[in-house]
Design a protein around this ligand. Structure first.
Ligand code: SF4
Length: 132
């Protein structure tokens, strides 16, 4: 699939999940930033729906706001299943994702885990990778 201007594999997947044959790019992958904005526990108004796990409250069932937007939240990493995260990491390795691409993919998966599960399943079944 050709894109003008150039788009990364991860960006193309977000726009076109069927575009599994997108060309990969090649850079290092840093740890993605934690943020309530990319967390599946965030409420529609930006509060935290899991404040006990996040260390914001001792009371279950209340909604709290992270003072730093979830930047050091211990619960954020648990918002993506280990299986899906591992499969996204494997896909990122197959396609040689950049750090930004991987962060975008993991963030996207935290907000839309079902959609990204379909993406990795399609990619795993495709077997049409430029780096093989
Ligand atoms: S405080 Fe933590 S668990 Fe709660 S919404 Fe923010 S990142 Fe998610």
């Amino acid at each position: 699939m050709a894109c003008y201007p150039d788009a990364t594999h991860a960006v193309m997947l977000e726009r076109h999940p069927e575009a599994i044959a997108a060309e990969p790019i090649n850079q290092a992958a840093p740890e993605p930033a934690r943020a309530c904005a990319t967390c599946t526990h965030v409420t529609p108004r930006g509060g935290c729906g899991e404040p006990v796990a996040a260390g914001l409250s001792d009371v279950v069932g209340v909604i709290c706001y992270s003072p730093n937007g979830g930047a050091d939240c211990p619960a954020w990493l648990a918002t993506l299943s280990g299986d899906l995260e591992a499969r996204i990491l494997a896909m990122a390795e197959r396609w040689n994702y950049s750090g930004d691409d991987l962060a975008a993919a993991l963030s996207g998966a935290r907000s839309d885990p079902d959609g990204w599960l379909r993406v990795v399943e399609t990619d795993e079944q495709g077997g049409n990778h430029a780096n093989h």
